[in-house]
Write a protein that binds this ligand. Structure first.
Ligand code: NAP
Length: 247
C-alpha cells in the first residue's frame, strides 16, 4: 500500500507512535522513527521493520526545538530524497489543576505538543510543495474537543492542533497536500499507565464500545488517512475513541 513512500513518525519509539511506525513499515513504507531520549526503544522499532524486509531509521530530535525539527526532516531528505507523509505524534502530559500549574508545565506541554507540529510541518512543507504531493497527520486528542479538568495545558495544545490542521489544510490543498488530525480517546500506553486505576475504570465505563483503545486502533486510522482511500479528505479530525465523545 505504501511501497516506496517515505514516512516520518515523531515520537515513534513508544506507544501510539510505535504502532503507527510498525504499521507503515508492514505496509511497505520507509519509516523514520523519531524519538527524544529512548534510543533503545527506537532501535527496537527499526529492527522490527527491518526484520520484515522493510527500511527504517531511528533519528533523535527534540521536535519542540525548531533547529532539531529541521535537522530531522533534512536527514530524511538526505537519506531517501523525499517525504510523502509526516505524522506529528510526539507528545507529553504535565497534568495538574490550573491554580497549581507552573509556567514550566504550561510551556513545556505547549512546546512539545503544539509548537513541535508547527516546527515539523513548516520544515516538511517546502519539499512537499516541490513534490506537489504529501500527507500530514497530526495526533490531537478528544480533550482538545471537550476539554478536561487537570489538563488545561494539554487540552489547549490539542485544540490548537485541530485549528492548525484546518488552516494548513486550506493553505496546502492547491499543491495536492492533505492535512488531517486524529483525535484518540483513552488509549493504553505509557502515557495513560500513569493514571490511577479508578480513573481508568471510570473511562472504561463511559466507553460505548466497552474497552480501552489500543495503539493499533489509532494506527489504523492514521494509515487510512495517509492512503489513497482518503484522497478526498482534508482538514478533518477523525475521532478514535470507542464512542466516548460524540460531537
Ligand atoms: P507515550 O507512550 O508517552 O510516547 C510518547 C512518545 O513521544 C515517545 O516516543 C517519546 O520519545 C516521544 N517524545 C516525547 N517528547 C518528545 C520530543 N520533545 N521530541 C521527540 N519525541 C518526543 O505517548 P502515547 O500515549 O503513545 O501518545 C502519543 C500521542 O498520542 C501524543 O501526542 C498524545 O498526546 C496522543 N494521545 C494519546 C492518548 C492516550 O490515551 N495515550 C490519547 C489521546 C492522544 P522517547 O521514547 O524518546 O521518550
Amino acid at each position: 500500500m505504501f511501497t516506496d513512500k517515505v514516512v516520518i513518525v515523531t515520537g515513534g519509539s513508544r506507544g501510539i507512535g510505535k504502532a503507527i511506525a510498525l504499521r507503515f513499515g508492514s505496509l511497505g513504507a520507509k519509516v523514520a522513527v523519531n524519538y527524544l531520549s529512548n534510543a533503545a526503544a527506537a532501535e527496537e522499532v527499526v529492527e522490527a521493520i527491518r526484520s520484515q524486509g522493510g527500511e527504517a531509521l531511528a533519528i533523535r530530535a527534540d521536535v519542540g526545538d525548531p533547529a532539531e525539527a529541521s535537522a530531522l526532516i533534512e536527514q530524511v531528505l538526505e537519506t531517501w530524497g523525499r517525504v510523502d507523509c509526516l505524522v506529528n505524534n510526539a507528545g507529553i502530559t504535565r497534568d495538574t489543576l490550573l491554580l497549581r500549574m507552573t509556567e514550566e508545565a504550561w510551556s513545556s506541554v505547549i512546546n512539545t505538543n503544539l509548537t513541535s507540529v508547527y516546527n515539523c510541518t513548516k520544515a516538511v512543507l517546502r519539499p512537499m510543495f516541490k513534490q506537489r504531493s504529501g500527507v500530514i497527520i497530526n495526533i490531537a486528542s478528544v480533550v482538545g474537543i471537550i476539554g478536561n479538568a487537570g489538563q488545561a495545558n494539554y487540552a489547549a495544545a490539542k485544540a490548537g492542533i485541530i485549528a492548525f490542521t484546518k488552516s494548513i489544510a486550506r493553505e496546502a490543498a492547491a499543491r495536492n497536500i492533505r492535512v488531517n488530525a486524529v483525535a484518540p480517546g483513552f488509549i493504553e500506553s505509557d502515557m495513560t499507565a500513569k493514571l490511577p486505576p479508578e480513573v481508568v475504570a471510570q473511562y472504561q465505563n463511559n466507553i460505548p464500545l466497552g474497552r480501552l483503545g489500543s495503539p493499533d486502533d489509532v494506527a489504523k486510522a492514521v494509515t487510512f488517512l495517509a492512503s489513497e482511500d482518503a484522497s478526498y479528505i482534508t482538514g478533518q479530525t477523525l475521532v478514535v475513541d470507542g464512542g466516548l465523545v460524540m460531537y
